[in-house]
Design a protein around this ligand. Structure first.
Ligand SMILES: Nc1ncnc2c1ncn2[C@@H]1O[C@H](COP(=O)(O)OP(=O)(O)OP(=O)(O)O)[C@@H](O)[C@H]1O
Ligand SMILES: [Mg+2]
Length: 208
């Protein structure tokens, strides 16, 4: 059996809010194989986003074992974590986190520029344009985030998360702002990545 892409065991996250201790994640175990797609489902406030943050190293677990794409991320410093994310992860954030001063195309292209400093701009720009076309935004490439609808921003975020062909895609409510048809399309796109590229996908959703 190949090693799982996500191997998390006994993960706990304690946070503090105004002096009150909060136990957000309680002994979470999670394994995800290459090409496997899993959904995290649960009520608002149950810790779904927190789990993604911990698996990406953006939030530090209080305890537990977390191995992602063969790397024990609990031992990495911030610089190493940044490199790990750049090389292994694509993340669609719940509130997108697009860079406001960059166009849709530039937001997507930036991922590739950082990951592949030697890649020619024409190649980066073509890949970014193709990723935007995949999510139905081929005619919105020069828009700034402020000139895009919520669902369009969400799809730019998804294009950015997918363009680098990550081993693990973490997607926080990827269809949350989309109509049924557009949502079905982006879900099919994500499952296609899993089938064709062996991308593992962990997605948070309220959509059965
Ligand atoms: N930095 C923080 N400090 C204190 N409490 C926090 C912090 N971040 C999150 N929480 C709390 O942790 C709990 C889980 O939050 P989280 O964002 O993971 O929920 P969620 O399941 O993603 O919810 P939703 O479906 O609404 O997005 C919430 O009760 C939240 O208030
Ligand atoms: Mg959330």
């Amino acid at each position: 059996m190949p090693a799982p892409v996500v191997d998390a065991r006994g993960v706990n996250l304690h946070l503090r809010s105004g002096g009150t201790p909060l136990h957000i994640l309680k002994d979470v175990d999670l394994a995800l194989a290459a090409g496997e797609v899993a959904a995290i489902v649960g009520p608002s406030g149950s810790g779904k986003t927190s789990l993604l943050m911990v698996l990406s190293g953006l939030e530090q677990a209080t305890s537990g074992h977390i191995e992602v794409a063969g790397t024990d991320i609990t031992t990495l410093n911030e610089d190493r974590l940044a490199i790990f994310r750049r090389e292994a992860l694509g993340i669609l954030f719940q509130n997108f986190h697009l860079i406001p001063s960059l166009t849709a195309l530039e937001n997507v292209a930036l991922t590739l520029e950082i990951a592949h400093p030697a890649m020619a701009w024409s190649e980066i720009s073509d890949s970014a344009a193709a990723a935007l076309a995949d999510v139905g935004l081929g005619n919105r490439t020069t828009h700034l985030p402020s000139a895009l609808s919520g669902g369009e921003q969400q799809r730019v975020g998804l294009a950015r998360a997918m363009v680098g062909r990550p081993r693990l895609l973490l997607a926080d409510e990827p269809t949350g702002n989309l109509d049924q048809e557009t949502g079905a399309h982006v879900i099919e796109l994500m499952f296609g990545l899993a089938r064709e590229r062996g991308t593992s996908i962990l997605l948070i959703t309220h959509d059965p």
